[in-house]
Design a protein around this ligand. Structure first.
Ligand SMILES: Nc1nc2c(ncn2[C@@H]2O[C@H](COP(=O)(O)OP(=O)(O)O)[C@@H](O)[C@H]2O)c(=O)[nH]1
Ligand SMILES: [Mg+2]
Length: 292
């Protein structure tokens, strides 16, 4: 039997725009679905109920979840879930906007809000978005790269001039790959005392990673986030890791809308793909993280 002190907890981490809110909406939708065969069930939700309902409504109606709106997204959210193979577990989103994780990396300090959760959690789901990565940029592409970041920022409502002097480096330029390894390294060093992390890298929006021949999540990670991939391989005693591609939307809302709407249930459209490319249930990455 699980007690509060032995319940396993997964921390969902990721930088802004990684796909965390969409994943939360899909998980909540699946866990509260009426399908008796659903692999996870909601036991308890702890958090702002209006917020989760807004996410769920957007997901059900095939709309992008509302963008981060500051205050609400800073509130911790916790789902107590149950799955047959692993019993009850807690899924915790301390910082759904991803800003605190950015501070952890860029500011090299652990924000107070993150401390209580980061202190005891050993299982981490790191969400990364294949289209929202900050790449390793070559110096000859630099000005184009800065312009593309600014265009993205402006398209999403910001009007930030990233730097008036393109030669000046600012933290927004840190490659996602580097950010991810700095974050993991922070979790393995002081002030934390843990010796091991169980990690699952969840590559969101996987249906957008279309390549011929098809690429597996493991190959994608080695190719697009080589430092993270190497860090995982070089620290097998400290980081027990796996990688999955996941699709919480189930497809692109513009180009695949009709196909998605034709499915009998929304939950059915979501899926995950193992490191070697096999299609599995959307919830499998989280369950794998907890299996002994
Ligand atoms: N095509 C597709 N887009 C996705 C999927 N999951 C998330 N996205 C998109 O990725 C962007 C960031 O997602 P969001 O959940 O808001 O990220 P967050 O900032 O980490 O909470 C949004 O434009 C989503 O519509 C997916 O499974 N498929
Ligand atoms: Mg969000």
């Amino acid at each position: 039997m699980n007690t509060v002190s032995t319940t396993k907890c997964i921390l969902v981490a990721g930088f802004p725009d990684a796909g965390k809110s969409t994943m939360l909406a899909a998980l909540y939708g699946i866990a509260t679905d009426s399908n008796p065969n659903r692999p996870i069930r909601l036991v308890k939700y702890d958090g702002d109920s209006g917020y989760i309902q807004t996410l769920l409504d957007a997901w059900q109606r095939l709309n992008p979840v509302p963008r981060n709106t500051g205050a609400t997204e800073q509130h911790p959210i916790s789902l107590r879930l149950a799955a047959d193979r692993v019993g009850e577990f807690e899924l915790s989103l301390v910082d759904i906007a991803g800003e605190l994780f950015r501070q952890l990396v860029i500011g090299s300090h652990v924000p107070q809000e993150l401390l209580p959760k980061l202190d005891d959690v050993e299982s981490i789901a790191l969400v990364v978005h294949p289209m929202n990565l900050i790449p390793h940029e070559l110096i000859e592409n630099w000005e184009g790269f800065v312009a593309s970041l600014e265009a993205k920022e402006n398209a999403s409502g910001g009007a930030k001039k990233l730097t008036p002097d393109p030669k000046k480096w600012i933290p927004d330029f840190m490659p996602s790959d580097v950010s991810a390894i700095v974050m993991l390294h922070s979790l393995l060093t002081k002030p934390f005392a843990r010796r091991k992390i169980r990690l699952v890298v969840m590559i969101s929006a996987w249906e957008l990673v279309v390549q011929q021949p098809p690429i597996t999540p493991a190959a994608w990670l080695a190719d697009r986030m080589p430092l993270l991939s190497q860090m995982i391989h070089n620290n097998e005693d400290k980081i027990i890791a796996d990688v999955f591609g996941v699709s919480a939307q189930g497809g692109d809302y513009n180009t695949q809308r009709e196909e998605l709407a034709a499915k009998s249930s929304r939950a059915e459209t979501c899926f995950a793909v193992t490191a070697s490319g096999d299609r599995v249930h959307f919830c499998e990455p989280l369950i794998c993280l907890l299996v002994e």
